[in-house]
Ligand binder design. Structure first.
Ligand code: SF4
Ligand code: SF4
Length: 238
């Protein structure tokens, strides 16, 4: 598999399944067979993932990426031996970090759920080509990751504006919107992955979806009060 195809989700899943370390072998930079230069994308993904691991208390040295060509089997062996040695020194995942296994799995699941949000927020940086290895260390910073989670948005549908047109529900990638005909739509906050698609999808003439940062999301309208009663061109929530 091209290193550019290695997604954040693959790495997090590997740790969630209990692997002590993840090694990604990629072609040398600027030697990609494709115009996409996927190894640059992989490199930025790894730099970001290391910070995310650090954020949830996992030693970022458990993830490593190295470059080699198909003809450099000696280099491959060297890298694998060196990484295996490092992982043995670090010890078992979680235990070495002093994190309870259940808590670690919950944290990994939460970060995995938020991957679409993280990718959108970091989109520009993820797409850049870093030519100088000296840029790697501080390309993504701890403060940036902390801010990312602190400023985690929520999306909410204003029941006084929703026209039950169902557009948002059709576009939501994870079916997080409770959608019924002629009923005010409601976002299930536990399922929502913060992608912001519903905000973009809701027709401007309705403008019913709001992005909320740093505040509590209002409670959902009770089921028996969600019917939209239309009177001519006007509507109200029953
Ligand atoms: S932000 Fe909107 S579209 Fe995206 S997952 Fe949440 S409810 Fe669905
Ligand atoms: S797109 Fe807007 S108006 Fe239509 S159902 Fe969703 S929130 Fe309501």
């Amino acid at each position: 598999m091209c290193s550019g195809r290695v997604d954040l989700a693959f790495v997090l899943r590997a740790f969630s399944n209990g692997l002590d370390g993840v090694f990604i072998g990629a072609c040398h930079l600027n030697e990609c067979n494709y115009i996409t230069h996927g190894n640059y994308h992989a490199q930025n993904m790894v730099l970001l993932c290391k910070r995310l691991l650090e954020y949830i208390g996992i030693n970022p040295e458990r993830l490593r990426m190295r470059y080699m060509s198909g003809a450099e089997s000696n280099l491959f062996v060297e890298h694998i031996n060196s990484f295996t040695k490092k992982i043995r020194e670090l010890g078992p995942l979680g235990k070495a970090e002093g994190i309870d296994e259940a808590k670690m799995k919950t944290s990994l699941a939460e970060v995995t759920r938020l991957i679409p949000y993280i990718k959108v927020a970091m989109n520009e940086k993820l797409g850049k080509r870093l030519e100088n290895p000296e840029e790697y260390e501080n390309y993504f910073t701890r403060e940036e990751i902390e801010r990312l989670f602190k400023e985690l948005p929520s999306y909410w549908i204003d029941p006084t504006k929703c026209q039950a047109c169902m557009t948002c529900a059709r576009r939501c990638p994870v079916e997080a919107i409770d959608s019924k005909k002629n009923m005010v739509h409601i976002i299930n906050q536990d399922k929502c992955i913060k992608c912001g698609t519903c905000l973009e999808a809701c027709p401007p003439r309705f403008g019913a979806v709001t992005k909320i940062v740093g505040q509590q999301v209002p409670p959902p309208v009770p089921e028996d009060q969600r019917t939209i009663v239309r009177k001519g061109k006007e509507k109200e929530v029953a």
